[in-house]
Design a protein around this ligand. Structure first.
Ligand code: 5GP
Length: 192
C-alpha cells in the first residue's frame, strides 16, 4: 500500500455566467504543472451540443438514468430546465489522494458544496458586463434567441449571489485570468 498523502485535496468551485469562459479557464488550469488539480465531470439531462463527448464534457443521461444516480451525487441543481449534478465518488477519491478538484457548477450547487465541505474555495468568474456576455453568447451561435434571453436573466440573478463567494475574478483577458487563478489556487493548497 502506498503511503497516504500528507494533505487532503480541496474542492474548488468555479461558477460564472454562460460565456464567462469558466470551462476554458479550468481546461487551462488542469494542464499547469505548478498545480495539483483535476476537473470533475458532471452528469446532466441536457442534450449534447455539437462536439461534446459523453464522459469527457459531461455524462449525458436521460431523466430516468439521472434519477437512478441521484443518490450518488455530491450536489445537484436544475439549471435552464435541465438537471445537473456532481458524481461523488471520483471527487472523494481525488481529495483523499491529495488532489484538488475543480467543480464547474452553478451557484445553487456552489452553496450546497460549501455546506458539505466548509473548506471548499468558491471562485466566481465575472464578466466585464452583461452587454459583453450577450455578444459572446450570440457569437457562439449555439443557442436560440429565447435561450439567450433566459440565460441573460439567470446571469443577472447569479451576479447578485456572486457576492457571497470567497473571491471573484473578472475575465477580460484569458491569459491574465489563468495566471490570476493559478496564483489563487497556489495560495490555497492546490500547488503541485
Ligand atoms: P451548460 O449547459 O451551459 O454546460 O451549463 C449550464 C450551467 O449548469 C452552468 O452554469 C454550469 O456551470 C452548470 N452546471 C454544470 N454542471 C453542473 C453540476 O454538476 N452541478 C450544478 N449545480 N451545476 C452545473
Amino acid at each position: 500500500m502506498p503511503d497516504p498523502p500528507d494533505r487532503r485535496g480541496r474542492l474548488v468551485v468555479i461558477s460564472g455566467p454562460a460565456g464567462s469562459g469558466k470551462t476554458t479557464l479550468v481546461r487551462r488550469l488542469i494542464q499547469r504543472p505548478d498545480l495539483r488539480l483535476v476537473v470533475s465531470i458532471s452528469a446532466t439531462t441536457r442534450s449534447p451540443r455539437p462536439g461534446e463527448v459523453h464522459g469527457r464534457d459531461y455524462y449525458f443521461y436521460s431523466r430516468d438514468e439521472f434519477e437512478a444516480i441521484r443518490g450518488d451525487l455530491l450536489e445537484s441543481a436544475e439549471v435552464h430546465g435541465n438537471h445537473y449534478g456532481t458524481p461523488s465518488a471520483p471527487v472523494r477519491r481525488a481529495i483523499e489522494q491529495g488532489t484538488c478538484v475543480a467543480l464547474v457548477i452553478d451557484v445553487q450547487g456552489g452553496f450546497q458544496v460549501r455546506e458539505k465541505f466548509p473548506d471548499a474555495l468558491l471562485v466566481f468568474i465575472q464578466i466585464p458586463g452583461l452587454d459583453v456576455l450577450e455578444e459572446r453568447l450570440r457569437a457562439r451561435g449555439t443557442d436560440s434567441p429565447e435561450t439567450i434571453e433566459m440565460r441573460l436573466g439567470n446571469a443577472r440573478r447569479e451576479l447578485e449571489l456572486a457576492a457571497r463567494y470567497d473571491c471573484q475574478v473578472v475575465n477580460e483577458d484569458l491569459d491574465r485570468t489563468v495566471e490570476q487563478l493559478a496564483a489563487i489556487l497556489n495560495r490555497n493548497g492546490c500547488g503541485a
